[in-house]
Design a protein around this ligand. Structure first.
Ligand SMILES: [Zn+2]
Length: 404
């Protein structure tokens, strides 16, 4: 009994010894590998060291990039059997190998402008802050301007994406990317509304007045500028120039026209009372033999003046003050004098036997400018008188008091 007991004890001790040895061997044979995409990168002797390498490396990067940072590659810690050709890494050494062999990616907030990924920052709240800083408020276009609407000119969205950590920039760099450079990627647009008052310029209204001489005017009413209130929408373009549009306007005070009388009356109204053709010596004492517009064998077209027959050598006098602008032989007109009276009005005196004035002479009413004759195309001694307004012949009888 005792013998059996002893053998049993010895047997048990042997088993215990064998089990302990196996356990010792097994633990000695088990090591760990850090693998990248399934390929072993480095070996370490304990799981604890492996975890230290991986966790510490990620923790350090989380401090920089945030909690979402992770390996881009598939990195894991795996148990394996020890081989004789294995080289083992220390923790620090292992981290350096890991850094060289892997890349990091993270969840980032991408600012998408008009459908294009423009810049990435670490998270949505940072992106929101970046967009806030990219808003550039313009100075208002007027003291009474109010903001009507505002927003980015571009379509802007924030999208969460997993990106390489290198693609993610700091907040200030992101702001520079969006607003810096010659062509900023973002433009904050503020539409302002304001009102302004403008003067409405008084218009000139002409009224015909036959009591005034042709070519003269007289103010009847001075008129008055009015006031208009405009509502403006203003927005600055990319070059900082204001683009304004008038959205509505109302007349606060209407303008009053300036009224000016425009003379349609006889040109020589101031002197015409003294001119009684056929009876006075202005332009000549004589008898009307052909009127304006009549037709006859001697005129190729209608008669362009008034013919007053008088004896050769009778003085011919100017009908209104003026300046001599021509005094010379003039073809079928014979010797002719032209006098300018201003306001586009001139008179011609033709068929003179002699001329007694020169170009540039200033004549007063009734001054003698030559003598009656029949030079040029004339059938007898007479004065051919023409009145021209802006170069066009008018009936002289409109301008004189005719008494036959
Ligand atoms: Zn004539």
């Amino acid at each position: 009994m005792i013998f059996i007991k002893r053998r049993t004890i010895a047997f048990c001790l042997l088993l215990l010894f064998l089990a302990a040895t196996a356990l010792l061997c097994l633990s000695y044979q088990t090591v760990y590998a850090v693998t990248v995409n399934g390929e072993p990168l480095l070996y370490i002797k304990s799981e604890k060291e492996g975890k230290m390498i991986l966790d510490h490396y990620l923790d350090e990067n989380k401090k920089v990039y945030g909690d979402s940072v992770n390996f881009k590659q598939d990195v894991s810690l795996e148990r394996c059997f020890r081989r004789s050709d294995m080289e083992f890494s220390e923790v620090e050494q292992g981290q350096k190998k890991l850094q060289k062999a892997t890349e990091l990616e993270m969840e980032a907030a991408v600012i998408v402008i008009d459908g294009e990924d423009t810049v990435a920052v670490k998270d949505e709240s940072t992106a929101t802050e970046v967009l806030g800083e990219a808003r550039e408020e313009d100075e208002a276009p007027a003291d009474n301007a109010e903001i009507l609407s505002e927003g980015f000119r571009e379509e802007v969205e924030i999208e969460e994406k997993v990106l390489d950590v290198d693609a993610v920039v700091a907040e200030t760099d992101a702001v520079d990317t969006l607003t810096g450079g010659e062509e900023p990627k973002l433009c904050w647009e503020v539409v302002y509304e304001y009102t302004r008052t403008l003067e409405i310029e008084a218009q000139i209204e002409y009224v015909d007045d036959d009591t005034l001489a042709y070519g003269t005017t007289k103010e009847i009413s001075p008129g008055k500028n009015g006031v208009e209130e405009q509502t403006i929408h203003a927005v600055q373009d990319q070059n900082g120039n204001w683009e304004e549009s008038v959205v509505s306007s109302r007349v606060v005070e209407p303008a009053e026209n300036q009224v000016i009388a425009r003379g349609t009356g006889p040109v020589f109204a101031d002197v015409s009372e003294q001119i009684v053709l056929g009876q006075t010596e202005v332009p000549i004492s004589g008898r009307i033999t052909a009127t304006f517009g009549s037709s006859g064998a001697y005129w190729s077209n209608r008669h362009t003046g008034l013919d007053i027959a008088a004896a050769a050598g009778t003085p011919v006098r100017v009908v209104s003050p003026g300046t001599v602008i021509s005094a010379e032989w003039s073809g079928s007109y014979g010797n002719m004098v032209t006098v300018d009276h201003g306001n586009g009005i001139s008179t011609r005196y033709a068929h003179l036997s002699s001329i007694s004035v020169a170009v540039g002479d200033t004549l007063a009413f009734g001054d003698v400018l030559g003598l009656c004759g029949s030079t040029g195309n004339a059938t007898g001694d007479h004065l051919h008188l023409e009145v021209l307004i802006n170069g066009e012949c008018h009936n002289p009888e409109e301008f004189f008091n005719i008494s036959m």
